[in-house]
Design a protein around this ligand. Structure first.
Ligand SMILES: Cc1cc2nc3c(=O)[nH]c(=O)nc-3n(C[C@H](O)[C@H](O)[C@H](O)COP(=O)(O)OP(=O)(O)OC[C@H]3O[C@@H](n4cnc5c(N)ncnc54)[C@H](O)[C@@H]3O)c2cc1C
Length: 397
């Protein structure tokens, strides 16, 4: 009899883990507390390394068809409104079949994957089921759900997000810190590319208030832009969402931005945290349940999808009798998250918000030098696209 795996949470990491496990012949039950996918604006940037994984699962074409291909990204000085550097993923064309990022909203990945899962007979998806507890006994994990109909499984994977119940049930510390300022996301139909001459993924450094500006297609595929800003430390939701504050922020980007083109406002807390361990007995953590970070650089979900793929391979080997690889998941995934996601996103945020004029100039010079030198340009993108981290993971025994 094949092993039974319970995946908790049908966010983007849980659905990818479910497909990856099912394709390896594991019997999967996916439990999700909500009845419908969350459409709030979150991850969109999907890097080449992750696109390779989506292609392996047969998801890439549909995923790309509802998003946009972004070959370049840019750094701007918001004070002088000048372009500092542009990076071109095409320099990676000998390294990956996908030398670009795809910007597709994460809820679309969930919905595509849930449709695929509904066609897989070995997978059971149960929506509206809240996991409230876990009990590990010899050889099994009992999953306790709000509806009293949990069940017993050989392995459980917590893909239940930053506030993970699975992590809490396992009493695993979530080490790190929370940034004092929240991040505000304003979604607009204004065409920033035409107005500013920027590309679909632009980072604007400004000591007074940085902006992360990028385009997604929206559900109507007509295109819309998200502008992400740091809120002031004591700024309330009402203040941040007020007409005056929204107008001030958007018109700082472009003075002609019309208010009627603003279609969504959202504000959220940002953390840098990593679970002390990624496995306890037969229970694993993946995605935001295992690590959270600020979104500058678009790395969190990408890293979560990499966790999901590693975990499917681990469970496949373990259930085939290779118990010795159980620990490899944490050995591979935890240090790489710290090195490639935590450190990089903190550095990305610092670069955008730097106040010291000399340090800002030094950052700009370094970006210009990196973009201008083909070898440095390629090395920079190998790192930011997480291709380097995937290759490094394979070398960890
Ligand atoms: C504004 C913003 C922009 C971002 N941009 C990017 C980006 O461009 N690129 C990138 O890589 N990352 C980005 N991120 C991060 C990304 O959104 C997260 O890393 C991603 O959502 C993690 O997916 P997940 O499946 O691990 O968790 P989640 O998306 O949080 O999903 C967890 C799921 O578990 C369910 N659940 C929770 N508790 C239970 C329970 N007890 N029982 C059953 N189900 C449960 C929830 O309902 C949910 O469906 C961004 C984040 C934000 C906030």
């Amino acid at each position: 009899m094949t092993a039974r795996i319970c995946i908790v949470g049908a966010g983007p990491v849980g659905v990818v883990a479910a497909i990856a496990c099912a394709r390896k012949g594991l019997r999967v039950t996916l439990l999700e507390s909500e009845r419908a996918t969350d459409h709030s604006p979150r991850a969109a940037t999907t890097h080449p390394s992750t696109l390779e994984m989506l292609a392996e699962l047969g998801l890439f074409e549909e995923f790309r068809s509802v998003g946009l291909v972004a070959r370049h990204f840019q750094f701007w000085d918001g004070v002088t409104r000048t372009l500092i550097a542009e990076f071109d993923h095409d320099v990676l064309r000998d390294e990956t079949p996908f030398p670009f990022v795809v910007q597709t909203e994460q809820h679309k990945l969930c919905e595509i994957a849930l449709r695929r899962l509904s066609e897989m007979p070995e997978v059971e998806v149960r929506l509206g089921v809240n996991v409230v507890g876990l009990e590990q006994e010899a050889g099994i994990v009992r999953v306790i759900t709000g509806d009293g109909e949990g069940g017993s499984f050989e392995y459980v994977v917590g893909c239940d997000g930053g506030r993970s119940t699975v992590r809490r049930c396992m009493a695993i510390d979530f080490e790190g810190y929370t940034w004092p300022e929240r991040f505000l996301v304003l979604t607009s139909l204004f065409d920033f590319r035409t107005a500013l001459g920027c590309c679909e993924r632009s980072y604007i450094s400004d000591p007074a208030e940085w902006t992360n500006l990028f385009k997604v297609m929206g559900d109507d595929l007509k295109g819309r832009w998200r502008a992400v800003y740091p809120a002031r430390e004591n700024e309330s939701d009402e203040e941040a969402f007020s007409e005056a504050a929204v107008r001030r922020r958007l018109q700082k980007l472009h003075p002609d931005h019309p208010m009627e083109l603003v279609v969504h406002r959202n504000i959220y807390r940002v953390h840098q945290r990593v679970a002390r361990c990624f496995r306890k007995g037969r229970v694993f953590l993946a995605g935001d349940a295992a690590h959270v970070n600020n979104p500058v650089g678009g790395l969190g979900l990408n890293c979560g999808i990499h966790d999901a793929m590693e975990l499917a391979e681990t469970l496949h080997l373990v259930t085939a009798g290779r118990e010795e690889v159980l620990d490899r998941y944490e050995r591979r995934r935890r240090p790489l998250n710290i090195e490639y996601v935590q450190q990089q996103t903190v550095a990305n945020k610092k670069r955008l918000e730097e106040r010291d004029p000399k340090v800002r100039e030094a950052h700009f010079d370094e970006l210009r030098r990196t973009a201008a030198d083909p070898a440095l340009h390629r090395r920079f993108l190998m790192r930011t696209s997480l291709i380097e981290s995937v290759r490094k993971a394979r070398e960890i025994p």
